[in-house]
Design a protein around this ligand. Structure first.
Ligand code: GDP
Length: 338
């Protein structure tokens, strides 16, 4: 079993790679819910949605969020009614928000609602919200404090950032299965997600960092920072605001208490050498995921680095090899489609 901690953009691309190279039912995802918001009275969980959609082949590749080929008639109509429309949700996407909101209103937890929606979408991987309690990422700027989506989508992440906090984290509990998944996984993979606003909320849930420190499998992170800049989005600004350099060293620092292995881009080979001297295991790979194939190649590479012990064990016991475990086409790629 592979456990992946993820946000919704870089994370979703990486998960798309993983699902191509291992069967989805061997993947447990622990997903950020710090970006969740109430929108038009509906409970929207942007990162869970992106992860569910990528796992069932519905994620829009062009936009990187929402359902491919979706229409936006409801958004238009809401605009005509004078309602806010800065957060875009397509019509089919909206159906998921309506269903989730109904399940929550009936008393289901976010974990239960997520499992129910995954089952309906035909998602074979286990998708766990980081917590069933509300933990909200709040971004403090000179213009005031905003939720993550207000800062990122409504205000186009143009504000200078003073600091980021995770409201509600200290009282939150990990969702059922989160700690067990981390502790028991053959490898725990930290997706190339924003270390502050995607991994930060997950790591702020009491017990999660401790579990990562106690994980029996290798804990490996893929850097979302390449050549001292994020591949996309505000990770650099947010890392600087939180006192971390925008570099692979900053990523390593964010995860320093539990990280066994950092996978960074080949462009960062020199910085990787410096990090190795500090004692961290660092491997370089092509980490920019442009094509579907790039995603699969990166996932396979990360698995071969992170699971080398496991592969050796399997080879010794004669139950499998790197070749048989990871290089075969994904078994359930077709059946995962809804
Ligand atoms: P969010 O929930 O939308 O913020 O999504 P994530 O946190 O999962 O992803 C955002 C991060 O993905 C950014 O910091 C990007 O630098 C990173 N990212 C996006 N595409 C790639 C890629 O192709 N390769 C790598 N290494 N990082 C990427």
């Amino acid at each position: 079993m592979i456990c992946v901690l993820s946000g919704g953009t870089g994370g979703a691309k990486f998960v798309d790679g993983l699902r191509q190279v291992i069967p989805s039912d061997q993947i447990t995802l622990i997903v950020n819910t710090g970006d969740d918001l109430l929108w038009w009275g509906l409970y929207v969980s942007p990162d869970i949605d992106s992860i569910m959609y990528v796992l069932c082949g519905l994620l829009s590749r062009e936009r990187g969020w929402g359902v491919k080929g979706d229409t936006f008639l409801c958004l238009q109509a809401m605009g005509q009614l004078g309602e806010p429309i800065w957060f875009h949700t397509g019509d089919r996407d909206l159906a998921v928000h309506i269903l989730r909101s109904r399940l929550l209103a009936e008393g289901k937890t976010l974990s239960q609602a997520t499992a129910a929606i995954c089952a309906k979408l035909g998602v074979k991987a286990r998708v766990l919200p980081m917590s069933d309690s509300r933990v909200e990422t709040r971004v403090d700027t000179p213009s005031g404090e905003f939720s993550f989506e207000e800062y990122f989508v409504q205000r186009w992440y143009q504000d200078p950032v003073n600091s980021v906090r995770f409201a509600g984290a200290s009282d939150a509990e990990p969702a059922p299965g989160v700690i067990e998944a981390i502790l028991s996984a053959d490898a725990v993979l930290i997706a190339p997600s924003n270390p502050i606003t995607s991994l930060g909320p997950i790591l702020s849930v009491p017990g999660v960092r401790e579990a990562l420190r106690g994980a029996r499998g290798t804990v490996a992170a893929v850097s979302p920072i390449v050549g001292n800049a994020p591949v996309a989005g505000p990770a650099g600004i947010l890392m600087t605001a939180q006192g971390l350099p925008c570099s692979i060293a900053g990523v390593a620092k964010a995860y320093e208490d539990f990280l066994d292995l950092l996978i960074c881009d080949t462009r960062d080979a020199r910085a990787a050498e410096a990090l190795r001297r500090s004692g961290l295991r660092v491997q370089c790979a092509q980490t920019i995921m442009r094509s579907t194939e790039d995603r699969a190649v990166l996932a396979r590479t990360v698995l071969s680095f992170a699971c080398s012990n496991l592969l050796r064990d399997e080879q010794t016991s004669g139950t499998g090899t790197e070749e048989s475990t990871f290089n075969q086409p994904k078994v359930d790629a077709a059946t995962d489609q809804p």
